[in-house]
Design a protein around this ligand. Sequence first.
Ligand SMILES: [Zn+2]
Length: 267
Amino acid sequence: MAFLIFVLGLVIGSFLNALIYRLNVGRSMFEKHSICPFCKHKLSWLDLVPVASFFILGRRCRYCKRPISWVYPLVELVTAILFTAVYLNECGMWNVECGFNFNIQYSIFNILFQLAFVSMLIVIFVYDLKHYLILDKVVYPAAALAAVFQAMQGRFVDGLYGVLLLSGFFGLLYVVSRGRWIGMGDVKLGLFLGMLAPFPETIAVFFLAYFSGAATSLFLMGFGIKALKDRVPFGTFLTFAALTAMLWGKELVEWYFNLIGIYSSPL
Ligand SMILES: [Zn+2]
């Protein structure tokens, strides 16, 4: 089963690549053919086998021989790994009965929702990294879906607190700095991520995003790749943090509170 989920992840990853590309150039998602971004040649199914085509074709377009970006197979692979992680997280590594027990509907619903969230997070992550932009038509539907999910879990109010914390804080930064420290896209992204990681998991998102952002910036500056004044796609770090919080949020919050010593776990 885990293997099937992995293969599904590869296929969905390939679809996400096409989605990210088409969102940028404004092509409809419903056009039949994928094309090479350089020579516009129509691609056959042979060119579109996830990960494998990339290596078999020697990392080049078959028609114009221009190099294909590493981002494509990476997105496919990461989607597959994260899909498998969601499944194992929900079902347990050794529980072969998972999906066939009396909780079947609950499990399947949970997994499907989380796979959808993983897909949306990947699109936002890659798009912000590439284009320094968070798209309304991705982030609003994602926020709505997350709200439905939390309502089903009885955590809608916690989600609202999460939204208040993230969007509220980012909104404040935006107003105070007149948009220099943070973009409006990050404020909107807070709607989705606050719902996805309800309070108190939101705190984990917050610290993970700032910590990973700072660590990466220092690393890039240390190697002279980026300067202090360069822009950082903060949405990329936020989505990474939210993904981690979605999968291991409760454990992270517990660990963090234990670390600063204001909370002792009842376990
Ligand atoms: Zn080409």
